[in-house]
Design a protein around this ligand. Structure first.
Ligand code: GLU
Length: 471
């Protein structure tokens, strides 16, 4: 049997981390089995579905590199198909028209509530022989079995049973002729030959209804796996209050998709105590059985730790592709400076996110006319003039501009003046970067370039001279 799974988001908001994790699990399960993955946009709720949300879902899936083999299908484009199935069901008697007025249903509901019963349709039109005009408003209801129960073996939670008596006759077509959500899902899963439905636990209650309809249609019943929810680190349901929950916000904040995927796979799934998984490893090791039944708590620190790991362990060329986007956001022109892969190597250790990296690499590409005030106050003092002049002369004399030769110039200056490296290195750092923190001076100065470094040292010397004049 060919395994086929689907991700079926409703485009009523961003692709949030919960949705992305469900998509990932569905995708991994099918990739593990060499099966197929379907993307289906469940846009039947016309009022709440938006094109922006559809775009955000597609952007998120693309950024995470969760590729699909079929789709995207749109439920709104399949209404004819759903209605054709409903008409067949009416003919076969597995569905019936219900003419109950709103008032009647309202009164029924109130009586049931008063009696402490669960509100449900009482089946008034189920076997009614009353005749109605062809254009009389009605809904279509599914004739749910009244006896027995629905049992399914949830791949994560084990057997789950619902008594049919708890399920009333679900409306499958509204008065305005529109098929309802649960029904569309059933026809889609059937038509798209879905073998495994992996979705959020908020859909558990829909499952017995969907199974009954599938059975009435003579359609195969897929396996089901309901994934637990994600909580914020305060134990409450994850929401906007917990910071970024839209997947693209993580890109904007400087996370690598590889890190987010690794984070999400571990958020509710495990393989021993392994933390780092490449995509290939995830595909090879993923099983539904190893998904946790209990809710998982989101932990931003761990995500940052993973991001730092990926920034430093993925090939720098690959990280650079993602960094380029952030550099662009910063408006930095990189043509006359180090290659981005070198920035990744230089700054990776110091940065948890690519945004941070893009924000702290300006000095490799752009000259500046002001120094960080604190750093300048501390390090560009009159006593720094001599070491700066001396190191400038040595740097100017280098003919082969390598980090080793830059290092020797700094070391040589400190030795000649009989001072520690810091007395030369710190003023030099502030002179060439404008700030008080940077990677090692040899690699930093080398990457900034010879002419640029000398020019910036001159600028720092002018700054010191002005300070001297003012003293
Ligand atoms: N459209 C549903 C949602 O976004 C998912 C339904 C399903 O997977 O069956 O929650």
């Amino acid at each position: 049997m060919k395994i086929k799974t689907r991700f079926a988001p409703s485009p009523t908001g961003y692709l949030h981390v919960g949705g992305a994790r469900t998509a990932l699990y569905s995708w991994l399960f099918t990739r593990h089995a060499g099966g197929e993955f379907v993307l289906r946009i469940e846009d039947t709720d016309l009022e709440r579905s938006t094109q922006d949300a559809i775009d955000a879902i597609m952007d998120g899936m693309n950024w995470l590199n969760l590729d699909w083999d079929e789709g995207p299908y749109f439920q709104t484009k399949r209404f004819d198909r759903y209605n054709a199935v409903i008409d067949e069901m009416l003919e076969q008697g597995t569905a019936y028209k219900c003419y109950c007025s709103k008032e009647r249903l309202e009164a029924l509901r109130e009586t049931q509530m008063e009696n402490g019963e669960k509100p449900r349709y009482d089946g008034h039109c189920r076997d009614s022989q009353c005749s109605h005009a062809a254009d009389e408003p009605h809904v279509v209801r599914f004739r749910n079995p009244q006896e027995g129960s629905v049992i399914f073996d949830d791949k994560i939670r084990g057997p789950i049973e619902f008594s049919n008596q708890e399920l009333d006759d679900l409306i499958i077509r509204r008065t305005d002729g529109a098929p309802t959500y649960n029904f569309c899902v059933v026809v889609d899963d059937w038509d798209m030959e879905i073998t495994h439905v992996i979705r959020g636990e908020d859909h558990i209650n829909n499952t017995p209804r969907q199974i009954n309809i599938l059975k009435a249609l003579g359609a195969p019943v897929p396996e089901y796996a309901h994934v637990s929810m994600i909580l914020g680190d305060d134990g409450k349901k994850l929401s906007k209050r917990h910071g970024a929950v839209g997947v693209m916000q993580y890109r904007d904040d400087g996370y690598l998709p590889q890190a987010l995927l690794n984070y999400l796979v571990r958020l509710g799934w495990s393989h021993g105590d392994q933390e780092i998984f490449s995509i290939d490893e995830m595909k090879a090791l993923f099983t539904l059985e190893a998904i946790n039944k209990s809710a998982s708590a989101f932990n931003t620190e761990k995500l940052q730790w993973l991001n730092h790991h990926y920034i430093n362990h993925m090939p720098a060329e690959e990280v650079a592709v993602y960094l380029a986007w952030h550099i662009e956001q910063q408006g930095i022109e990189t043509r006359n400076g180090p290659e981005l892969k070198d920035i990744v190597k230089l700054l990776g250790e110091r940065c948890k996110t690519l945004k941070e990296m893009a924000e702290s690499c300006h000095y490799f590409y752009q000259d500046f006319s002001e120094f960080d005030a604190d750093a300048a106050k501390k390090h560009l003092r009159p006593v720094a003039r001599q070491p700066l002049e001396a190191v400038r002369a040595k740097l100017a004399a280098i003919t082969d501009w390598t980090p080793e030769n830059v290092h020797d110039a700094i070391q040589g200056t400190a030795d000649e003046l009989g001072v520690g490296m810091g007395k030369v290195g710190m003023p030099l750092r502030v002179a060439v970067t404008g700030v008080g923190q940077s990677p090692g001076m040899d690699v930093t100065v080398q990457a900034i370039g010879q002419a640029r470094s000398l020019k910036r040292i001159d600028q720092a010397l002018a700054y010191i001279a002005e300070r001297e004049a003012q003293a």
